[in-house]
Design a protein around this ligand. Structure first.
Ligand code: B12
Ligand SMILES: C[S@@+](CC[C@H](N)C(=O)[O-])C[C@H]1O[C@@H](n2cnc3c(N)ncnc32)[C@H](O)[C@@H]1O
Length: 438
């Protein structure tokens, strides 16, 4: 069996993403292990399709598993159709967020696939292997053949059962750590339902992994030379006591390491910020918008007082943090966006990031663009589908904001980049009276 990843190319990324590494580590603990041979084929979306197809054909696996994400969706389709044209007869299994979030259109979109796995891949992929070995059709939660209808519902690990952490397997460490950089997942899912977000897994099942093996897993990462660790979880600070235990474990087991951790500022408190200040941390604060009208529209409400207090404390304690905003959201004007920009710059974040709204398939917002916002929001047709114009933000303003986005991403100083942007963006001085969100 071959696990193919088609990655978004970045120099620093380890060769194998955790999505497929988790499938391997799970299978390694099942009774199937002696009967299967698993290989990774890690390529990037920039690699020529013909080369990827050649490599798959050379391995000639009986099962080919692919993680489908927004950045590789069109490439996966090209790879699959070339593979079939070239006579590949093995079973093709697709999983990942683009599959988890899709609906009835899947068979038409990927006519060459044999199975679609929605949700957590571990047990569902195991079922596909068992079925293949037993000469039967795979079935069960989250496993669909193209003819199965409806393609709805997701696979999850049974209650109380946790995934097998890839860092616990020595053979995986060189694949998931590169030049001292690695990633770790400490919980699965997210409890929130922000309308724009395509966070796996769609049905909001949320599991916090137990801490039984945490320290040992972190020690393995230290032995593998990790000096920079990205924690993938969006709401790590939701439960403060647990978050504090995790932070202490990270700090003690991986001394001298820089941690990249996501947080909604409203989930932080003084004790957590104190602990963060003792560590080498980059906190990635997803703000998205602080305009109450926009927040209501995207189902993202954070108490402004708590957000303000957290940002103030982060600044005071010298914790390095990024602030993220999205532009092109429903009801968001240029004035509203810049009100947020100016407010956030007051806390001197290490980096301000402004993302163009992406229309991710299967999200509430994507559905709304076909209903309540029909004709009021326009997106590009290429992947990922980016906002181009909204009733509230003109096309030329969005085009300028995309240039600003790129400038900020390549590290242009925020104040300089924003000053330039302001000269071409009408309405960026705010909607009138400054609103004190706090
Ligand atoms: C690491 C990461 C990246 C890396 C990419 C790494 C790479 N391999 O190329 C980087 C930093 C480059 C990146 C970039 C982007 N990312 Co990103 N990223 C992530 C992140 C944080 C972690 C992925 C991960 O390892 N998850 C942990 C594993 C265990 O979960 P998983 O991947 O979903 O895998 C499980 C299942 O999906 C399934 N599965 C996965 N593969 C397979 C394969 C088979 C065969 C089967 C059966 C099952 C299966 O089983 C796995 C185990 O249960 C996720 C958020 C998250 N926490 O998941 C976002 C996420 C994947 N990214 C996302 C987005 C939108 C982006 C960007 C477009 C952001 C932007 N605005 O530019 C860019 C892409 C570049 C571009 N401009 O197009 C979205 C994807 C939505 C989608 N539909 O694909 C996510 C979900 C974040 C979000 N909430 O919006 N990203
Ligand atoms: C990987 S996401 C992490 C999101 C974070 N968990 C949060 O609190 O929303 C990183 C950033 O991508 C941006 N982002 C997420 N979904 C987006 C979308 N649909 N369109 C554009 N940007 C998006 C947000 O600014 C977010 O903070």
């Amino acid at each position: 069996m071959l696990l193919l990843s088609l990655n978004w190319w970045r120099e620093k990324d380890p060769r194998t993403p955790l999505g497929t590494a988790y499938l391997y580590s799970w299978l390694s603990r099942t009774d199937l292990w002696p009967m299967v041979k698993v290989g990774f084929l890690d390529a990037t979306v920039a690699d020529p399709v013909t080369r990827v197809v050649q490599r798959i054909k050379a391995a000639d696996p009986s099962i080919l598993g692919i993680g489908v994400y927004v950045w590789n969706n069109p490439v996966v389709r090209q790879v699959l159709s070339s593979l079939r044209v070239e006579g590949y007869r093995g079973k093709i299994v697709l999983g990942g967020p683009e599959i988890s979030y899709a609906t009835e259109d899947l068979p038409a979109e990927f006519p060459d696939a044999d199975y679609f796995v929605k949700g957590e891949g571990e047990t569902a992929f195991e079922e596909v292997l068992r079925a293949n070995l037993g000469g039967r059709k795979a079935e069960g939660p989250g496993v669909f053949t193209p003819r199965y209808s409806p393609i709805a519902g997701q696979a999850h690990l049974p209650k109380g059962v946790e995934p097998v952490q890839p860092q616990s397997l020595p053979e995986l460490l060189p694949l998931i750590v590169k030049d001292g950089f690695g990633r770790i997942e400490l919980q699965r899912g997210c409890l929130f339902a922000c309308s724009f977000c395509a966070f796996p897994f769609k049905d909001r099942v949320f599991t916090e992994f137990g801490m039984g093996t945490l320290r040992e897993d972190l020690r393995q990462l230290r032995l593998a030379g990790v000096r920079q660790l990205a924690v993938l979880d969006p709401i790590l600070f939701l439960h403060k006591e647990r978050a504090m235990t995790m932070l202490r474990a990270l700090a003690e087991e991986l001394p001298g390491t820089r941690f990249e951790i996501q947080s909604r500022p409203e989930h932080l408190d003084a004790a957590l910020i104190d602990q963060l200040a003792r560590m080498d941390v980059l906190l990635e604060c997803g703000i998205q918008s602080l305009d109450p009208i926009v927040e209501r529209a995207i189902r993202r409400a954070g108490d402004p007082g708590t957000i303000d207090a957290s940002l103030r404390l982060l600044q005071e304690r010298g914790v390095d943090f990024e602030a993220h905003l999205i532009f092109g959201l429903p009801f968001q004007t240029v004035g509203s966006l810049f009100q947020d920009v100016d407010y956030l710059l007051g806390f001197h974040p290490r980096r301000l990031r402004l993302f163009p709204l992406l229309d991710h398939r299967g999200t509430t917002l994507s559905r709304e663009t076909q209903t309540v916002y029909h004709g009021r929001m326009t997106f590009s047709n290429s992947f990922p589908r980016q906002v181009e114009e909204t009733e509230w933000m003109p096309r030329n303003a969005i085009a300028s904001l995309k240039r600003l986005h790129h400038e900020l991403e390549v590290g242009t100083d925020a104040v300089t980049a924003l000053e330039r942007a302001r000269t071409v963006l009408p309405g960026c001085q705010g909607n009138g009276e400054p609103i004190l969100w706090a």
